[in-house]
Design a protein around this ligand. Structure first.
Ligand code: TYD
Length: 138
């Protein structure tokens, strides 16, 4: 039943090496598996803070550590996996219905997140027990 959902994965983005500085990119439905409706970024995170602590019913995300590093912990209701993002050319695809936390932010780290839906508080699941129950019913 679980297999009906896609699994999270790190996607390596193109890297155009140049002595003037490197360049990476992604495009809708090309390097990332959805069409982008929204972008937001997280910055100036104080040491020791964590973000997230929720899941989305429909929203999918693609997360890139543009600068610095941080960890994304994804939980499918029975198993937790930690993905460390520490290169500007790696992105993590987070499918819908994963409980996610972000922690271990390095000083001056910058997280870029693009997603396939506009911001909608109704799409959030903010109660972990509720999330586990919904997951089991999938
Ligand atoms: P939230 O998604 O809970 O942050 P995080 O997962 O990083 O801990 O969002 C924090 C606040 O920002 C919340 O009040 C909603 C608001 N927000 C928007 O208005 N638009 C957005 O696109 C996002 C992601 C959050």
């Amino acid at each position: 039943m679980e297999k009906m959902l896609t699994s999270p994965q790190i996607i390596q983005l193109p890297k155009i090496l140049d002595r003037r500085g490197n360049l990476s990119f992604f495009e809708d439905d090309n390097q990332i598996p959805f069409a982008i409706e929204r972008a937001y970024w997280i910055y100036d995170v104080p040491g020791g803070e964590f973000r997230g602590g929720h899941a989305y019913r429909k929203n999918e995300e693609f997360i890139v550590a543009l600068s610095g590093s941080f960890d994304v912990v994804l939980d499918d209701g029975s198993e937790k996996k930690t993905f460390s993002l520490n290169r500007s050319y790696y992105g993590l695809h987070v499918p819908k219905m994963y409980w996610r936390e972000m922690n271990n932010f390095s000083t001056n780290s910058l997280a870029l997140i693009v997603s396939n839906t506009k911001y909608n508080e109704d799409d959030y699941i903010r109660d972990y027990n509720n999330f586990c129950a919904l997951r089991k019913s999938l």
